[in-house]
Design a protein around this ligand. Structure first.
Ligand SMILES: NC(=O)c1ccc[n+]([C@@H]2O[C@H](COP(=O)([O-])OP(=O)(O)OC[C@H]3O[C@@H](n4cnc5c(N)ncnc54)[C@H](O)[C@@H]3O)[C@@H](O)[C@H]2O)c1
Length: 286
């Protein structure tokens, strides 16, 4: 019986709604805002987590915060732009705990730049982290999944994968690439029992974006344009990642889940339309 069928039976027998008990989940960029929250939620539902990041100091702090669960947390220093570093991380995880059941590709970077000015070196560097890094991790941990004929990948992309985010260098291009990479993995690895999906956040407060929210006018404006009227938290994103990585999503592959509080549906609401605004309706009589 492969893991998928076994897990469905275990969920029904009370192992937990998501079925993560003892499953080995690898998270890249685990020292960051979203990665750390994904790790924390996975540990809460009984998973074992391998935390990969290039920032060793921050990684150790995240592991310490997971505290009492130390026996289910493995800290692995890894630079996702460096193939030998990824291979060493995959070998270390396998030697410690066996093959990975889940890979969350999440490590990424962002900086401001205009396309007309961007230096080739900066372009290549961002793609190396945000896109090639996702491929290399999918290869290294995907091989373990193929060998056990079961596994699943969740790739954190962004709303910027679909809507151009100007003056952000290669960021939108890298995230659009992640979407297609995930769709391709879903098709090529499906016959091996491996699923691949994307979670795309919109506006979240994390160390990556915190500078933006230092201006309270920016914060207020951003909150107003989202139908949910709030900026998301890492917990909002982690919830979607856990669902897609769980056996509850066992027949979902090649999909993208936007976690955006409704923002992507709201743009017509942002165009002034006298007579059709909420305040106009209050005055209207039928
Ligand atoms: N914060 C947002 O507003 C936002 C919005 C949309 C999408 N996202 C996406 O969410 C994901 C997580 O972002 P976050 O907000 O938690 O960012 P973050 O900056 O808090 O964390 C990113 C982590 O990735 C790690 N990292 C960067 N380069 C690496 C490398 N070469 N090797 C290994 N680790 C590396 C960093 O050390 C950091 O710990 C990213 O994919 C990001 O693009 C974030």
């Amino acid at each position: 019986m492969n893991h998928t069928h076994m897990a469905s039976a275990e969920i029904r027998s009370g192992m937990g709604w998501l079925g993560f008990e003892d499953r080995l989940c690898v998270i890249t960029g685990a020292a960051g805002g979203i990665g750390a929250e994904i790790a924390s939620q996975l540990v809460e539902v009984g998973a074992r987590v391998a935390l990969l990041d290039r920032n060793e100091e921050a990684l150790s702090k995240v592991a310490a915060d997971l505290g009492g669960s130390a026996s289910r947390v493995l800290v692995v220093h890894c630079d996702v732009t460096d193939p030998p570093s990824i291979e060493a991380a995959a070998a270390r995880v396998h030697a410690a705990w066996g093959p990975a059941a889940v890979l969350v590709n999440n490590a990424a970077s962002l900086y401001a730049d205009a396309l007309m000015d961007i230096k080739l070196e900066s372009w290549n560097q961002l793609l190396a982290i945000n896109l090639t890094g996702y491929l290399l991790c999918a290869q290294a941990f995907g091989r373990q999944m193929i060998a056990q004929r079961s596994g699943c990948m969740v790739h954190v992309a962004s709303i910027a994968a679909t809507v151009p985010q100007p003056y952000s260098g290669a960021y939108s291009v890298s995230k659009a690439g992640v979407k297609m990479l995930s769709q391709l993995l879903a098709v090529e690895l499906g016959e091996h029992g491996v699923r691949s999906n994307v979670v795309s956040p919109a506006m979240i407060r994390t160390p990556m974006s915190e500078g933006i929210y230092e201006d309270s006018d920016v914060l207020r404006y951003r909150e107003q344009i989202v139908p949910a009227r709030r900026i998301s938290t890492p917990a909002d994103i982690a919830g979607a990642v856990l669902f897609l990585a769980s056996e509850r999503a066992s027949y979902i592959s090649g999909q993208e889940v936007l976690v955006d509080g409704g923002l992507a549906q709201a743009w017509l609401n942002l165009i002034p339309r006298p007579g059709f605004r909420k305040q106009d309706l209050a005055a209207a009589t039928l």
